[in-house]
Design a protein. Structure first.
Length: 218
């Protein structure tokens, strides 16, 4: 059984200890190619694809020849819409398109599993206790971040959607908040540190290893 050391911070008591987490459900090797394919797909799906440019056929204006072909001393010109002219059309410019990648769900689940394994190997997972708020409070969130002593960006993973916690943490730079059911490999790798209660980690583990457990049972 592969075990990893994870820091556990109790926000209510202000104590820090180290606990061991079983990493065997996540595999033994980080699948870098699978991670790359998943990240490329997620980033491509975020693109709107609405950029557009006007070619010479789309530019408004006359189609009359500016001057006659010969005996003027000027270069030949057939249209004021030429890309060589000011306010002319664009050559091979971008047009609206769909950048979406269709990735199998099983591959995305494997990508999440191997992303969590990479986080465990790099000791970039922090467990917390006492992360709760009845109402939004930036002061409480600032105290939590000071107690956690995080370096770089962080992703707070919650067992369930919580508007109070989200509103408390959303305005701090480099801090993201997600529910465990909505976290994917892109979210996990984009932030340096995963901060989550034990319940949220169990949900992440169950989501990432559901298919693997089913295949082992079969």
């Amino acid at each position: 059984m592969t075990e990893f050391v994870v820091r556990l911070v109790d926000l209510a008591k202000g104590t820090t200890e180290e606990v061991r987490v079983d990493g065997s459900p996540f595999g033994t090797k980080v699948l870098t190619r699978t991670l790359r394919d998943a990240i490329v797909a997620y980033e491509a799906n975020r693109r709107q694809g609405t950029v557009n440019t006007k070619e010479r056929g789309d530019v408004a204006g006359t189609t009359k020849k500016p001057w006659r072909q010969k005996h003027t001393g000027r270069a030949r010109a057939g249209s004021k819409k030429s890309p060589l002219w000011r306010k002319g059309g664009t050559v091979f410019g971008p047009h609206p398109r769909d950048w979406r990648h269709r990735t199998p769900r099983r591959q995305l689940r494997v990508a999440l599993r191997t992303a969590l394994l990479a986080k465990l190997q790099d000791r970039e997972v922090v467990f917390v206790r006492g992360l709760a708020a009845e109402a939004p409070s930036a002061r409480a969130a600032r105290a939590w971040l000071a107690a956690l002593s995080l370096e770089g960006s962080s992703l707070f993973v919650l067992p369930e959607p919580n508007a109070a916690l989200w509103k408390s943490l959303r305005n701090f730079p480099g801090v993201e908040v997600r529910a465990a059911d909505h976290v994917n490999a892109y979210d996990a790798l984009r932030s340096r540190t995963l901060v989550c209660p034990a319940e949220a980690w169990e949900k992440l583990r169950d989501r990432a290893t559901r298919r693997a457990r089913a295949e082992e049972a079969a």
